[in-house]
Write a protein that binds this ligand. Structure first.
Ligand code: SF4
Length: 485
């Protein structure tokens, strides 16, 4: 079968992956990890192609022409709440009786049965990109697909009699002299713990150009995943709702050797909490250090980032750690179940700096408790920590999270508002004291005050190691500021 992995076109630079979607905060765009992982799984049985219309800046007509040239039998497409109206309009034009369109994305995580009922072009939704259920679906299986929501069509007798069997016209399609009734079922959910194995992802099928990563030291980089989900319960985060599974170290190293064979030495490790499985992280780091030619960026938690782990990561070529700081307020960290306090954050960031790692602090702003004072405290904390980079994520009620349930319960969000940007281009929620416009204006001011310090700019320039890094940081810096004026 010919299968296309598709990142659909968009009017803006959308990042749709890992059950999250947003516009880029500056100019960065990395490989959508869902498609990277699925590329190995699908290529194990099918002829596959990858078309990333965002990376290639393809308009819908050009994208359609490329797709028709490949003439896929099935398409696995990314979708996102940030671009849902565009995605559904585009993908509907690709579905045909002999071509099935499947999709994966945040907007399908909640009430997937309703989404499939509303979108007749959508044959199935994937809820775990590390699963091989999609292979079994392509083989015609419809039972026991734990990690998918599937549409099952059943034909009943002659048209007149069967028509009377369904009262829901959305689930019934007339076909010749019989009637086809759709039933839609969501699987029970796959394994949420333990180990998962996937065939080596086919990095070579992704475009060589078009991806940009602010922290990469060279233009060409690969995005890799060695652990899926997260064992922590932070209430605003979708990743914590996915369970937590890891790949065997030898599988991850096999993939990294495949990437090295393609001439790539720079990695973005998108595990959301590198080092949580400590023994495994140390083994993986030792394997990377043995290779001796890699440089990389990873996410970790401040309370995980201690001397032993960071020293091992540094030896393995890690140069930048992205740390979830979220707030300068201990009560708020506890309320959203971060599992650490500001003392742990101070210790983790200081430890990273001691080991010569650059630090990126991510904060969530615009939670209901946000005030002008708390935003000032956020900036003060970021400055006190001497972060190398500051990343602000605007609070949004991400599908499937406890925070969303609470926002729906209190009326801050509406269940039928599907289009939302998790990247901070807009404020989605008002806070208890700030309306959306004021919140957005304050967030932009905070970004400017952090980045436009003469001492900071000088330090940034002085720390640049490669010509690529200099160009990337200047481009990213201007793009970031352009979005925050
Ligand atoms: S630790 Fe990070 S990835 Fe894990 S649930 Fe919390 S915010 Fe999400």
């Amino acid at each position: 079968m010919k299968v296309l992995l598709l990142n659909p076109p968009g009017k803006r630079v959308y990042i749709r992956d890992y059950f999250c979607s947003k516009t880029t905060k500056s100019n960065y765009l990395f490989h959508p990890i869902d498609l990277v992982v699925l590329s190995g799984t699908l290529a194990s049985k099918h002829a596959i192609e990858v078309l990333d219309c965002i990376a290639e800046k393809l308009a819908p007509d050009a994208a359609r022409a490329r797709i028709e040239r490949f003439a896929p039998d099935a398409i696995v497409a990314l979708v996102g709440s940030v671009s849902w109206d565009e995605d559904r309009a585009f993908l509907a034009t690709l579905a045909r009786p002999d071509r099935r369109v499947l999709a994966i994305g945040d907007v399908l995580q909640e009430d997937a049965e309703r989404r499939l009922a509303d979108e007749p072009w959508l044959a199935a939704a994937l809820h775990d990109f590390t699963s091989d259920d999609v292979l079994r679906w392509l083989d015609g299986e419809r039972d026991g697909l734990a990690t998918m929501t599937v549409r099952r069509s059943e034909r009943f007798g002659d048209g007149v009699g069967a028509r009377a069997m369904s009262s829901d016209p959305a689930h019934m399609l007339a076909a010749h002299d019989s009637v086809v009734r759709d039933s839609i079922e969501r699987g029970s959910g796959g394994a949420r713990r333990g180990t998962f194995r996937v065939p080596v992802p086919r990095h070579e099928l992704f475009p060589r150009a078009g991806y940009r990563f602010s922290f990469a030291r060279s233009a060409r980089f690969a995005t890799v995943l060695t652990g899926y989900g997260c064992p922590y319960p932070c209430t605003f985060c979708v990743i914590g709702t996915l369970g937590y599974k890891t790949r065997p170290v030898e599988d991850a190293l096999l993939e990294i050797d495949h990437v090295r064979a393609l001439g790539i030495r720079e990695l973005f490790v998108v595990d959301q909490t590198f080092g949580v499985s400590r023994k495994r992280a140390l083994e993986l780091s030792a394997g990377l250090a043995e290779r001796g030619d890699l440089s990389w960026t990873a996410f970790t938690r401040p309370d995980t980032a201690d001397d032993e782990l960071l020293a091992a990561m540094k030896r393995a070529g890690c140069h930048t750690v992205i740390l979830g700081i979220e707030s300068a307020d201990d009560a708020r960290l506890a309320l959203y179940r971060k599992g650490y306090d500001t003392a742990a954050i101070r210790a983790g960031v200081a430890c990273a700096r001691r080991h010569g790692l650059r630090t990126v602090g991510t904060f969530i702003v615009g939670l209901p408790e946000e005030t002008e004072d708390s935003l000032r405290a956020t900036l003060d904390f970021a400055l006190e920590l001497e972060l190398d980079f500051l990343s602000l994520n605007m609070a949004v009620p991400r599908f499937g999270t406890p925070f969303r349930a609470e926002a729906l319960r209190t009326g801050l969000a509406r269940a039928d508002e599907l289009v939302m940007d998790q990247g901070g281009a807009d404020a989605f929620l008002p806070t208890k004291t700030l309306d959306r416009e004021r919140m957005l204006a304050l967030k932009k001011e905070l970004v400017r005050r952090f980045y436009l310090r003469p001492g900071y700019l000088w330090k940034r320039l002085a720390s640049v190691r490669t010509a690529h890094e200099l160009g990337a940081q200047v481009r990213e810096g201007f793009a970031l500021l352009a979005r925050n004026v």
